[in-house]
Design a protein around this ligand. Structure first.
Ligand SMILES: Cc1cc2nc3c(=O)[nH]c(=O)nc-3n(C[C@H](O)[C@H](O)[C@H](O)COP(=O)(O)OP(=O)(O)OC[C@H]3O[C@@H](n4cnc5c(N)ncnc54)[C@H](O)[C@@H]3O)c2cc1C
Length: 381
């Protein structure tokens, strides 16, 4: 690992080592097959659950390990180090489960979290629609009350874990006349309802093994007790409270990818020769790598600081947005330069740098585009 300002405990390092072994053993051998299938095996989720890799930050009474966000970042980094881009574990554990933990009733937490920790339930969060991505106020999926049920109608797209998920947090309008204040988060257990349908598993530029999908809700009836929060209309506030964590997670995976790209490219250029000399000996190569090493160090210090803030409950919207846009831009730029230093081999999918190139592009888009991040940052100026 690269030098860290974040104080990592023995436990954090153990989490990292165990996770790395898990990804290398249970995921990497299946990478090619999963890329072709566009989805990973459900069994891998159950194995991850048995290995304690799911919902690790949830309290033990809900099936988790009671770890903090620092440990979650260890899992994310181990997954990148191993080169296992398929599993959507962090979305499940560090985005979906925290909504249930933060806003769910005791009954909801008992009902869902332990089964999420074993991998029996696979989580997704469905915000984006064909007509509403950046502008979430434009969500048209509706949830109309009918006695003690909500009747959900609408369409979602680009939903991570969409083919396998059986617990989906749906962003829906419970009162279309109230804009953001009429938005609520409602949990749909797909095995329990009728009228839910999965659409295409989308063909993407990268992240081939992640099942990013369309979802359709046609008169789907769920009990009103599936609402997250004490009352309707809290959805936007809940999203605003949780999105900084999601954005920092993108920053965490971005800096880890930059460090990895730098390490493999340094090694490659020292081994590859041209004009009778290692490629590393050309000043251009050394200067490019020196620039990336410097920017990686700057990003690492900042991301470590953000992780500490999040653990202390102090990470604000703007700082998280800074981490998301700056680190994802750095990731795309640095990986592109590292690919260039591999020459033609960099364009071959059998080389890890090529996979990093295609898989990384989405980091500037999801979790809120980088343009939206700059909008958020500018609001504090
Ligand atoms: C692989 C993948 C996985 C995803 N996973 C999920 C998921 O699990 N759940 C989920 O809900 N969503 C998910 N998304 C959706 C993602 O969050 C959205 O794609 C993203 O928020 C952008 O929305 P959009 O695609 O509708 O783009 P648009 O909102 O149509 O934006 C198009 C362009 O306009 C720009 N733009 C829009 N508004 C402004 C503005 N005010 N100022 C300046 N520029 C602006 C954008 O930055 C972008 O460049 C995923 C997307 C991908 C690609």
């Amino acid at each position: 690992m690269f030098e860290r300002t974040l104080k990592l405990s023995e436990e954090d390092r153990m989490v990292y080592d165990n996770a790395l072994k898990f990804f290398e053993r249970e995921c990497v051998p299946h990478n090619e097959r999963w890329d072709e299938a566009g989805v990973i095996d459900r069994e891998a989720w159950e194995k991850a659950g048995a290995a304690g890799l799911l919902c690790a930050t949830m309290p033990e009474e809900y099936g988790g390990s009671g770890l903090n966000f620092r440990a979650s970042t260890m899992l994310m980094e181990a997954q990148i180090e191993a080169g296992a881009s398929g599993p959507g574990f962090s979305l499940h554990s560090d985005i979906v489960a925290p909504y249930i933990h933060a806003y769910g009733s005791e009954e909801q937490k008992q009902r869902w979290l332990p089964r999420m920790a074993t991998g029996e339930l696979i989580g997704a969060i469905a915000m984006t629609e064909p007509g509403a991505g950046s502008d979430l106020q434009g969500v048209r999926t509706s949830a109309k009350k009918d006695g003690n049920h909500y009747v959900i109608n609408g369409q979602k797209t680009f939903i991570t874990n969409g083919q396998l998920a059986n617990l989906i947090i749906v962003v829906a309008k419970t009162d279309p006349t109230k804009g953001a204040h009429g938005t609520s988060l409602i949990v749909v257990e797909t095995d329990e309802v009728e009228g839910f349908r999965r659409g295409r598993n989308l063909d993407k530029v990268g992240m081939a093994a992640q099942d990013t999908s369309e979802l359709f809700f046609d008169e789907v009836r769920v009990p009103t007790s599936n609402l997250l929060g004490h009352e309707e209309g809290q959805g936007f506030i809940q999203l605003m409270q949780q999105l900084p964590s999601e954005r920092l997670q993108i920053g965490v995976t971005a800096i880890k990818t930059v460090e990895l790209a730098l390490a493999i490219t340094t090694k490659y250029t020292k081994e590859r020769t041209a004009f009778g000399k290692p490629v590393f000996s050309f000043q251009n190569t050394r200067f490019k790598l020196a620039e990336i090493a410097t920017e990686a160090r700057i990003a690492r210090v900042f991301v470590d600081h953000c992780i500490e803030l999040l653990v202390e409950g102090k990470l604000d919207v703007q700082t998280a947005a800074m981490a998301k846009w700056w680190c994802s831009e750095l990731q795309c730029k640095a990986v592109d330069e590292c690919l260039q230093l591999h020459g033609g081999y960099g364009f071959m999918m059998e080389y890890p740098i090529a996979k990093m190139f295609v898989n990384g592009r989405v980091q500037k888009i999801y979790g809120g585009t980088n343009e939206i991040m700059k909008e958020l940052i500018s609001r504090m100026l």
